[in-house]
Design a protein around this ligand. Structure first.
Ligand code: GDP
Ligand code: IMO
Ligand code: MG
Length: 423
């Protein structure tokens, strides 16, 4: 299937986990290249539900190799817990099956505390983060004061660096009126996790380049989505990594010209969890989906904000990511509707906008302009072929793909592996 980047085309939770699991059948290696355990990717196999935070969603296929790349930020204690949780669900994680970059930065308890404190201090201007310490950890990385997996693999070096970091961060925490963290507790917990992770830690760049030479097919699993990208998203209501296609290169060490294809994943409607502008947000859509027991966050359990499909956003996402093919998920979420709205452009005052404004405050003032399409009013969950979808559902999917400006390749009509239609 060649080397494929899969990126979220909206605000995250597009169904990337489900599509990655589906596509992994045709890949040899699945790579995570950015984000941390703020991500929550759901894969449903039969009656079992797996939620992946740091481990690529390819892990459920035992013959595939999963890589956590240099661009990911890792909380080692939480990663060990994730491995144990998966093992408890019967997933085998052999040494040859999971590779963790020795260059990946680490997330510490003081990052989580700072994340929480900064959010609390922002009051109603908060970002609505997952409180996993992601922003402060990437902050340390950019400030060149972070600790990495290669440090953790050398206990003496690690403890010395950690002692200095804790001293500095405890001073900051104290200034913010919060208690500090204990060096001994963190040191013990992290060195304990280190020994469990040691067999998996390596230079993943070298591994991936050997795989490229051997002609193996690599799938890059994006986390979060285009509008949470630190550069291209609705700043400051974003995460702290490059969630768009370029992040797959910097976060893995695989050069751009070795990438063959970009798949954009989007829901048939729009959701967002956390604060920030969301032009097509609509309480009716939210009530309907929440009423069906859907759209609660995989990481934090928060109810996701919901709205109509926003083609202004996805068109921009197609541009930034260079999306070749689209996977549209959660088509079945719209099954009961008489009619549907699709946002084709925004109005800002008297101006017509075809792309989202850079300034989040302006985006918050944008008025979505909709076209209305007829609903199909029947279940789609049993469809396995394009021809088995109701004609109105096909029209809707074709319309949102055309407005986005990319080729419709996959339609998903349920969370299961088999509930997937390839065009
Ligand atoms: P991710 O973060 O992009 O991997 O997405 P999440 O797993 O956080 O959220 C997507 C949710 O939609 C999960 O609960 C999936 O099981 C579910 N899902 C994915 N595709 C479909 C679909 O086509 N139909 C339904 N009903 N659920 C889906
Ligand atoms: P997946 O990979 C949806 C959101 C948070 C918040 C903002 C910043 O499952 O699609 P952070 O903790 O990263 O500093 O929070 O980003 N966010 C996500 N929203 N899906 C995700 O991941 C997200 N990861 C972070 O809700 O608005
Ligand atoms: Mg998610």
């Amino acid at each position: 299937m060649a080397n494929t980047i899969l990126a979220g085309a909206q605000w995250g939770d597009e169904g990337k986990g489900k599509i990655i699991d589906f596509l992994t059948e045709h890949a040899d290696i699945v790579v995570r290249s950015q984000g941390g355990n703020n991500a929550g990717h759901t894969v449903i196999l039969g009656t079992e539900k797996y939620i992946l935070h740091l481990i690529p969603s390819g892990i459920l296929r035992p013959e595939k190799v999963c890589v956590i790349g240099n661009g990911v930020v890792i909380d080692p204690v939480s990663l060990v817990a994730e491995i144990e949780r998966l093992k408890g669900q019967g997933v085998k994680i052999r040494k040859e099956q999971l590779l963790i970059s020795d260059a990946a930065h680490l997330v510490f308890p003081y990052h989580r505390l700072l994340d929480e404190l900064r959010e609390a201090r922002k009051g109603r201007n908060k970002i609505g983060t997952t409180k996993r310490g992601i922003g402060p950890a990437y902050g340390d990385k950019a400030a060149r004061t972070g600790l990495r997996m290669c440090d953790l693999m050398q206990p003496e070096v690690f403890s010395e660096k950690l002692r200095a970091k804790i001293k500095e961060n405890n001073a900051i925490l104290k200034a913010l009126g919060a208690p500090g963290v204990s060096f001994k507790e963190v040191n013990d917990a992290y060195l304990g996790a280190a020994e469990k992770l040691r067999p998996f830690v390596t230079n993943t760049v070298v591994y991936l380049h050997e795989a490229l030479k051997a002609g193996r097919d690599i799938l890059f699993e994006g986390a979060q989505g285009t509008f949470l990208d630190i550069d291209h998203g609705t700043y400051p209501y974003v995460t702290s990594s490059n969630t768009t296609a370029g992040g797959a290169c910097t976060g893995s060490g695989v050069p751009p010209h070795r990438m063959d294809r970009v798949i954009g994943v989007m829901k048939a409607y729009t959701t967002r969890v956390g604060e920030g502008p969301f032009p097509t947000e609509d309480a009716v859509v939210g009530d309907m989906l929440h009423g069906m027991g859907r759209e609660f966050g995989a990481t934090t359990g928060r109810a996701r904000r919901c709205g109509w499909f926003d083609a202004v956003a996805t068109r921009y996402a197609a541009m930034i990511n260079g999306i070749d093919d689209l996977a549209v998920t959660n088509v079945d979420g719209l099954d009961g509707l008489e009619w549907l709205r699709v946002c084709t452009h925004y109005k800002l005052g008297r101006k017509r906008l075809e792309v989202p404004p850079t300034d989040s405050r302006q985006l918050a003032h944008c008025e979505p302009v909709y076209v209305e399409l007829e609903g199909w009013k029947q279940p789609t969950t049993e469809a396995r072929k394009w021809s088995q979808l109701p004609a109105k559902a096909r029209d809707y999917l074709q319309a949102i793909a055309d407005l986005t400006g990319a080729k419709l390749a996959i339609a998903s009509v349920g969370p299961g592996r088999d509930q997937t239609i390839v065009l």
